[in-house]
Design a protein around this ligand. Structure first.
Ligand code: ZN
Ligand code: ZN
Length: 376
């Protein structure tokens, strides 16, 4: 398309030269609905649709509209943001996403709503399987009374003076050559493009009020403490009808009284007596599901580990299940009665009483070490 062949943008949208931003927006929405190529019966709908989108892009932007009013199409050559001739309808909708809200996806020029954070507390047992949790949280949401407009129902609504109805203002910051122009949401009308004579009684003109909401969040098995799940579109609504933010739900895992998580393994300490260690025994250990009986082999040493295969937690990605690791702690009796002492003395006579075999090396090394200190 060359510049000379282009139709007047106001004619394309069927509005007058002095049309207010609201009117332009309405006209474009009407044209977009009428010519949307997926729906329209009109011949040449796609090119009409693109033409309307281009006209709207220029006329909805105060700077571009000003240039167009003064210089016509020639004033925009080289500055127009997009080459619409090669664009598919979907892409156009993504540019004008703010107009249609999230139904058409895509980020418009108005920033999306705030993200929120919340927490879900799981037991270690919950981590063993996929779980669903109901979360209640509060968010700033559209006010019911004024449908988010901020105006008391029935009050006078008119175009905002500060932004001329565009919902955006441009300010210049910096000095000399380094001036930068920043477009922001209009502080007067907060992007609505309109102001009102009477503020809504319920929200005092903010258009928002805090609301409680309950959502269900699915937490996958094997999740780790501090990881989060994002619920798209569960945050706060954006300005001027733009997309909602997201809700980030962070996982906290409660400590278990007996089991400690090491990656996908579960570790527990089990105290046993020295006779159980020497002779072997069957003992009960706590597990995620309840308890299990574990056979302690005779002659086990203090701190030795026993593994209960696949009694741990599933891996978040692979689903492979870890082990439960039982660490044996051998307790030496602090007090013995007369009979026990006699039995142990008898037992000691059966041993090599000078030193135990494993201890022997230790004491010989210690003797060398102590002798060495004297020489320094
Ligand atoms: Zn304004
Ligand atoms: Zn309200």
């Amino acid at each position: 398309m060359t510049v000379a062949q282009k139709r007047d943008y106001y004619d394309v949208l069927g509005v007058g030269k002095g049309a207010a931003p609201d009117e332009i927006k309405r006209a474009y929405r009407k044209a977009a609905m009428k010519y949307h190529p997926d729906r329209s019966e009109v011949a040449d709908a796609e090119s009409k649709f693109k033409e309307a989108a281009e006209a709207y892009e220029i006329l909805s932007d105060p700077q571009k509209r000003g240039k167009y009013d003064r210089f016509g199409h020639a004033g925009l050559s080289g500055t127009a943001g997009h080459d619409f001739s090669r664009m598919r309808p979907d892409d156009i909708f993504s540019i004008f996403g703010d107009l249609f809200g999230s139904a058409f996806g895509g980020g418009g020029r108005v920033s999306r709503g705030r993200d929120l954070q919340t927490e879900v507390v799981l037991s270690l047992k919950d981590v063993g399987k996929d779980t669903e949790h109901s979360i209640e949280f509060e968010r700033e949401d559209f006010c019911d009374r004024c449908a988010g407009k901020g105006a008391e129902p029935g009050s006078d609504v008119r175009s905002c003076d500060t932004c001329g109805g565009y919902g955006q203002v441009e300010r210049t910051s910096g000095m000399g050559f380094f001036n930068t122009r920043v477009v922001t949401v209009c502080p007067e009308c907060r992007g609505n493009g309109s102001t009102f004579s009477k503020a809504c009684k319920s929200c005092h003109g903010r258009g928002r009020s805090p609301k409680r909401r309950v959502v269900t969040v699915k937490i996958p098995a094997g999740v780790h403490d501090g990881q989060g799940v994002r619920l798209r579109g569960e945050g706060e609504p954006g300005e001027n009808g733009s997309e909602r933010g997201d809700l980030h739900c962070y996982v906290r895992i409660k400590a278990h009284p007996y089991l400690e998580r090491h990656s996908n393994d579960l570790v527990c300490d089990i105290p046993i007596s020295f006779t159980q260690a020497a002779l072997g025994a069957n003992v009960e250990v706590p597990t995620l599901g309840g308890k299990a009986e574990v056979t302690i082999p005779a002659g086990i040493q203090h701190g030795e580990l026993l593994r209960l295969s696949k009694q741990g937690l599933p891996d978040l990605r692979t689903g492979r299940v870890g082990d439960q690791v039982v660490r044996v702690l051998i307790e030496i009796p602090r007090r013995l009665n007369e009979r026990q002492r006699d039995i142990l003395r008898d037992f000691a006579e059966t041993e090599d009483k000078r030193v135990l075999p494993e201890s022997k090396g230790f004491y010989e090394k210690l003797k060398d070490f102590l002798a060495g200190i004297g020489e320094d």
